[in-house]
Design a protein around this ligand. Structure first.
Ligand SMILES: [Zn+2]
Ligand SMILES: [Zn+2]
Ligand SMILES: [Zn+2]
Length: 74
């Protein structure tokens, strides 16, 4: 099933998080209505295929340092 990714950058030292880029991650399955590989053969889409994403998931790009703001001491 496809899912929505919310990308953010996390800074371990100051615990700030930034960024809210969203992207749809394609599962490439033939039995998913949202996939780019969704089957074109006749089928009962509503019962055999996933009809929606599995919901947003946070993808944190973990950085150990401080963010720019905190690194500058502001
Ligand atoms: Zn999918
Ligand atoms: Zn389908
Ligand atoms: Zn910070």
């Amino acid at each position: 099933m496809c899912w929505d990714a919310i990308y953010s950058s996390g800074y371990g030292r100051c615990t700030h998080q930034f960024g809210k880029d969203r992207a749809k991650i394609d599962c490439h399955r033939s039995n998913c209505a949202l996939s780019s590989n969704h089957t074109r053969a006749p089928h009962n889409c509503g019962t055999t295929c996933a009809q929606q994403t599995s919901g947003p998931m946070r993808v944190v790009d973990d950085r150990s340092a401080r963010c720019d703001k905190c690194a500058l001491g502001k």
